[in-house]
Design a protein around this ligand. Structure first.
Ligand SMILES: C[S@@+](CC[C@H](N)C(=O)[O-])C[C@H]1O[C@@H](n2cnc3c(N)ncnc32)[C@H](O)[C@@H]1O
Ligand SMILES: Nc1nc2[nH]cc(C(=O)O)c2c(=O)[nH]1
Ligand code: SF4
Ligand SMILES: [Mg+2]
Length: 242
């Protein structure tokens, strides 16, 4: 029998709004539960109890069928996010099922837990958390995850650090220096996650992007990085399910 996976949202097709695959057409599967509680988490409903009623316990097959119902033949890429999907061992069954059906699979996680099924992921984004999040990175765990992943040659791995302030930028420099061979992305932090004024939000995010680009061009330690906004937030604001 297939194991159950706690799912809070399945949506798409949309585009990947962040990181190494920005602009890639994809479906999303968002799992419930996180071992972190970042101060500025834009998906806190996955772990703070506010959307408890929306959590469904689904098998990999249930999820695959729902993806097909929603996306028909308009997708060949699925992104798994959360919460922290790396908490869920049973996700390995979904990853295998998707791959058997010719789907490319991406994963978003913060790098606090390892799963053997990481090896099946085509595009793996690890997003360690800077000081403004209130979380502390366990570098023993992160070193181990990066070490295991880089043993496999063909795996697509990237690091993505969200930056809100100068201390976050210094943390990002330190992470990039520690893993210089992993493609590195800087992402603009959204500090207005409750705002529904989309034009004000856009202006604020673009100002923040400007600031982050300026910091990056001035930094001698950030010569091989990419700076990006959250494209979906620029397009659709703080809406869920896009
Ligand atoms: C909601 S998290 C879920 C996956 C995993 N828990 C993680 O943090 O990587 C997905 C991505 O959104 C980013 N994110 C969360 N809140 C954000 C915010 N307010 N502004 C910018 N990025 C944010 C996270 O850093 C992470 O890269
Ligand atoms: N379009 C879109 N792109 C995303 N990239 C990462 C997301 C996430 O919440 O993990 C996300 C999301 O929620 N929507
Ligand atoms: S690790 Fe990800 S899902 Fe968990 S609280 Fe932080 S941003 Fe939110
Ligand atoms: Mg998001």
């Amino acid at each position: 029998m297939m194991k159950k996976i706690p799912v809070i949202e399945i949506f798409g097709p949309t585009i990947q709004g962040e990181g190494m695959l920005i602009g890639q057409k994809t479906m999303f599967v968002r799992t419930a539960g996180c071992d972190y509680s970042c101060r500025w988490c834009d998906s806190a409903f996955t772990w703070d109890g506010s959307a408890k009623k929306e959590i469904r316990q689904l098998t990999a097959l249930n999820i695959w069928r729902e993806l097909q119902q929603l996306g028909g033949d308009r997708f060949n890429h699925v992104t798994i996010s959360g919460g922290n999907p790396a908490l869920i061992q049973a996700l390995g069954e979904l990853v295998s099922l998707l791959k058997q059906n010719g789907i490319r699979v991406a994963l978003e996680t913060q790098g606090s837990r390892w799963q053997e099924w990481f090896y099946e992921i085509d595009d793996l984004t690890i997003s360690p958390k800077p000081p403004s999040s209130g979380m502390k990175t366990d570098f023993h765990v992160l070193d181990d995850i990066i070490f295991r992943l880089t043993k496999k040659e063909k795996q697509g791995v990237s690091l993505k650090v969200v930056v809100f302030d100068d201390a976050d930028f210094s943390y990002a420099e330190m992470v990039h220096k520690r893993y210089p061979h992993i493609p590195f992305y800087l992402q603009v932090g959204n500090d207005a996650i409750s705002s529904n004024d989309e034009s004000m939000l856009r202006t604020a995010l673009l100002d923040k992007l400007n600031w982050l680009v300026e910091k990056t061009v001035q930094s001698k330690d950030m010569n091989d990085v990419r700076v990006l906004p959250q494209l979906h937030t620029l397009l659709w604001g703080n809406k869920r399910g896009v």
